[in-house]
Design a binder for this molecule. Structure first.
Ligand code: UN1
Length: 510
């Protein structure tokens, strides 16, 4: 049993053993200048040295060389590497999940779920390695054919956030690898240990794969802003896939665009649920709970706004409050439903948002700090429900914490308008049993988000679908469907197998 106080020597030893089993040697995360803390109680669990610009440039050079070799390997063979990676992940699921809990503060189930998401995307990518299909196109010229082919792109730079410290990298890396690319990963400075472990597991798969995988195919950069900037600015990195705040995306996107690089951006969300009078309220309350409270409100897809019909608002709010009151908050490894916020800054941002909400006419339920005696340096909160008089400034802003704003609506068009009237456009959902409302919500004049669900909350997307959103969310798509195309370059090929040279558009040129 894990005691309920600051990490003991025994617990620290356990973290070290966990990392060792995952293939990370102590020298990689001890005696550095950058401290790593567990949000569980704020104990320091490691320290690393941050890599500077020169180190990152050297890795880009190595990555580019690796790409030149890897792109020539048949895609199904590249898929074999990802298949092996999925195997290694299955073997280490429990350990990596636990490390996610320790470093990111996710509850056990969500730590394991994140590793499962990595395994799922491996399976998806392996299948994809035999399905990088192009088109054949009818040519207007006799004796000609046209086709479209997809080729490897180059080094893909992956910048990821603390809240999905391993899965988001896996979404990008597995697709990038089967697509014939090399990868360089810059994880959040808050979660470098899970990154070291994930990289070690991929290295294990590479070792099983054998010698024909080039050195430097998948590399990790532990660094801060400077390291990120080198990746973002280097023309040898044709694609940057960045997950994080809208503020970060605003800096990254123009810099990548300035060198005509591409980016996949997964930025802020401000996800809403429309709850209509015909809805199954039992389902809806469960949907609210998982989406708004899960991961302590620290998912991009977290439910942040509840747009509920005025006629059922009081009942729904009462039921949601009752459900919230039963939520167990505490050490994420001990069967609780809500773990800590990532750090003190996150806690302050939440309190600032709640103060603003009060100023803007909100009635706040919950949101207080919890367990401060047990964990003076761990930031646990009760999730908050805030009834708002309208979609004020604070509601339009993404605060990365468990705050659910409640807005009442009278007619359906108004609900749709409220759903769309925020700067972000990631996820959305409707709870209804009215097929007209459900279809309208998913139609062209409905939700403007990248994800629009019916009778399912905003979070917990499956990897088979394309994941991402519009507006300030950045427009990128990752994971399933044809998101792989963003990791390849498209080539249009026209072949003349006739003995003439007819020109397109019927042009005569002689
Ligand atoms: C994120 O919040 O950064 O839909 C990603 C979900 C997960 C992915 C979320 N599958 O909640």
């Amino acid at each position: 049993l894990i005691p309920d106080f600051n990490f003991t020597t025994q617990e620290i030893a356990m973290v070290n053993q966990l990392l060792e089993r995952l293939g990370v040697s102590a020298s990689a995360y001890q005696n550095g200048s950058h401290a790593v803390y567990t949000p569980i109680d704020g104990s320091q669990i490691g320290s690393l040295n941050l890599e500077g610009a020169d180190a990152v440039r050297a890795k880009i050079t190595a990555g580019h060389d690796a790409f030149l070799a890897w792109r020539k390997m048949p895609a199904p063979r590249r898929g074999e590497l990802v298949r092996l990676f999925g195997e290694v992940l299955r073997e280490h699921k429990a350990d990596l999940g636990e490390l996610v809990s320790i470093e990111a503060g996710k509850i056990t189930q969500e730590g394991l779920g994140e590793v499962q998401e990595m395994i799922d995307i491996c399976d998806f990518a392996v299948g994809l390695s035999r399905q990088l299909y192009g088109l054949t196109i009818a040519s207007e010229r006799p004796g000609h054919h046209m086709r479209e082919t997809w080729h490897p792109l180059g080094v893909v730079g992956v910048i990821s956030a603390f809240n999905f410290p391993v899965a988001v990298w896996a979404w990008n890396t597995t697709l990038a690898l089967v697509a014939g690319n090399a990868v360089i990963w810059k994880p959040s400075e808050k979660t470098p240990l899970t990154a070291l472990a994930s990289q070690a597991l991929l290295d294990k798969a590479l070792a099983r794969f054998g010698n024909d995988a080039p050195q430097g195919l998948a590399q990790l950069v532990i660094g801060d802003r400077e390291a990120g900037e080198v990746l973002v600015d280097d023309p040898r990195v044709p694609l940057i896939s960045a997950t994080g705040s809208t503020r970060m995306g605003r800096e990254v996107a123009p810099r990548v665009a300035a060198r005509f690089g591409r980016s996949i951006l997964e930025l802020g969300g401000n996800n809403a649920m429309i709850l209509t009078p015909s809805a199954d309220l039992d389902l809806a309350v469960r949907g609210i709970l998982f989406s708004a409270v899960g991961t302590a409100g620290q998912r991009c897809t977290t439910l942040r706004r509840l747009i509920v019909h005025r006629s059922i608002k009081d009942e729904v709010v009462a039921r949601a409050k009752a459900a919230y009151a039963k939520v167990r908050i505490g050490d994420p490894r001990q069967g609780n439903l809500v773990g800590p916020l990532i750090d003190k800054q996150a806690f302050s941002a939440m309190q600032d948002a709640l103060a603003k909400a009060r100023d803007e006419g909100g009635q706040v339920f919950g949101g207080e700090r919890q367990l401060a005696d047990t964990f003076p340096n761990g930031y646990y909160v009760s999730p908050a429900i805030v009834e708002m008089p309208g979609q004020t400034a604070v509601v339009r802003h993404e605060t990365f914490a468990p705050i659910l704003y409640v807005l009442a609506y009278d007619d359906f068009e108004e609900a749709l308008r409220l759903n769309n009237e925020v700067p972000q456009g990631l996820s959305s959902c409707i709870f209804t049993t009215d097929v007209r409302e459900a279809e309208a919500f998913q139609g062209a004049a409905g939700s403007d988000c990248g994800i629009a669900n019916v009778n399912i909350g905003t979070s917990g997307a499956e990897i088979g679908g394309a994941f991402g959103g519009e507006k300030e969310t950045g427009g990128g798509r990752e994971s399933g469907s044809d998101a792989w195309k963003a990791y390849m370059r498209r080539q249009t090929n026209t072949v003349n197998y006739s003995r003439e040279l007819p020109l397109a558009q019927g042009i005569v040129f002689d």
